[in-house]
Design a protein around this ligand. Structure first.
Ligand code: SF4
Length: 165
């Protein structure tokens, strides 16, 4: 069976960043994966009922797994504590991935939900720091291999290796 991939909904349309010469090949790969039914397109925050538009939110006092364990909070830029909404978003992403039997996830970096390599530091000053958002952390904790959009070539290689195996 072909390996399935959970994909951040906001990445689709292939508005993703990567290096020039790889762009065409990767766009074609994503389009092929979509035709093959491998992509499970999901927005955890919308699934959890958060509105569009919504205020930016950042993790305060830790990373995504800290939030899931109740040791850090997520606040919007006006100070509203939205931790429980984001915890729900993470659980819904995991449930969606597990129900579809996704083995990998391709997620938008920097988000308090989907960030996998970097998140903002909670100051709302545009400062990034290494860390995962809530959904990325929960997916990784449950054995789903997470890639950021900057790691598309690595994901392509990972999928090709699984397909060949
Ligand atoms: S990065 Fe935000 S908007 Fe994009 S899919 Fe994740 S939760 Fe939704």
């Amino acid at each position: 069976m072909k390996t399935k991939i959970l994909v951040s909904a906001c990445l689709m349309g292939f508005k993703v960043r990567y290096n020039g010469s790889e762009k065409q090949a990767i766009e074609e790969t994503l389009a092929r994966w979509q035709r093959e039914g491998r992509l499970v397109i999901h927005c955890p925050e919308l699934a959890a009922g958060l509105p569009v538009p919504r205020l930016p939110a950042e993790i305060s006092g830790g990373n995504g797994m800290d939030v899931m364990q109740g040791a850090a909070r997520i606040r919007e830029s006006d100070g509203t504590d939205v931790t429980e909404h984001y915890q729900l978003a993470a659980w819904l992403a995991l449930r969606t991935a597990q129900e579809a039997d996704c083995r990998a996830a391709l997620l938008t970096d920097g988000s308090p939900t989907c960030g996998s390599r970097a998140i903002y530091d909670g100051s709302f000053r545009g400062q990034r720091q290494p860390g995962m958002g809530v959904a990325a952390a929960l997916l990784a904790r449950h054995g789903i291999t997470v890639f950021s959009e900057q790691e598309l070539p690595a994901l392509v290689a990972w999928i090709n290796a699984r397909d060949a195996g």
